[in-house]
Design a protein around this ligand. Sequence first.
Ligand SMILES: [Zn+2]
Length: 85
Amino acid sequence: MSGLRFQLDIYIDEDPTGTLVAGVKIPTALATKIPTIRQAIRDLKAYATKINAGKPDEEMTVRATYHIDYHNEVPPKPCGANQDI
Ligand SMILES: [Zn+2]
């Protein structure tokens, strides 16, 4: 059976003049859209199922998370814990 698979990996740079969202300031123009984006992702997740559920080649295709990323920090710090969207 076929299906529609979404795969996203999006990094937004911190914006010191932006708006605080989940512990990091991001551009305000985006920050105001986060509640709508978050709801849209939750709507997708509500219909999601695992590919090959229960089989050895099962794939985790019902996950949507975010975390604070410190890869540009000097010195680098480990990423924050993943949080469910
Ligand atoms: Zn990270």
